[in-house]
Design a protein. Structure first.
Length: 152
């Protein structure tokens, strides 16, 4: 089960030192959007992921892939390949996953925060540098963005 909230980030309000935090290079493509089936390269790890319906809470299952399997599936994706650098920034008892999009979705920046419970998600107070919450806006789901350019 995945419980997460998502926020738009204004580039002018980013913490000055965000690039000093651990980062990962991520690219992902979507084989299907209903249900969501994606392939992902996360640095040198590869996954096939199924995501259920929902916005704040939904099922998510990750299955490891080999690099060969990932590269075999890559030409089969629908739409655009999502490319981003993900920074992991500690905040209170959480980790902010700051996604700086590259390629066709640049200069979009989103922050995601995952939670163990809905109660934790509901009581989360975002830092001042966060912009509007887009958790319930499907236009900011990566599966939607793979077929539609969103760069704001």
């Amino acid at each position: 089960m995945e419980i997460e909230r998502k926020y738009l980030i204004n580039p002018s309000k980013l913490p000055l030192n965000y690039q000093e935090y651990p980062k990962r290079i991520i690219e992902q493509g979507y084989l299907c959007s209903h249900p969501v089936v994606r392939i992902r390269r996360d640095d040198n790890n590869y996954y096939l992921t199924y995501k259920g319906e929902g916005m704040l809470v939904r099922e998510e299952f990750n299955h490891p892939l080999t690099q060969v399997s990932y590269l075999h599936l890559l030409p089969k994706i629908d739409g655009n390949l999502i490319q981003k650098i993900r920074y992991e920034i500690p905040y209170q008892d959480q980790i902010i996953e700051l996604d700086v999009f590259k390629g066709s979705h640049a200069p979009l920046i989103l922050a995601e925060v995952e939670f163990e419970t809905i109660k934790q998600a509901d009581s989360f107070e975002p830092p001042l540098w966060f912009g509007s919450e887009v958790t319930y806006n499907e236009h900011y789901s990566n599966s939607y963005m793979a077929s539609n350019l969103i760069t704001e």
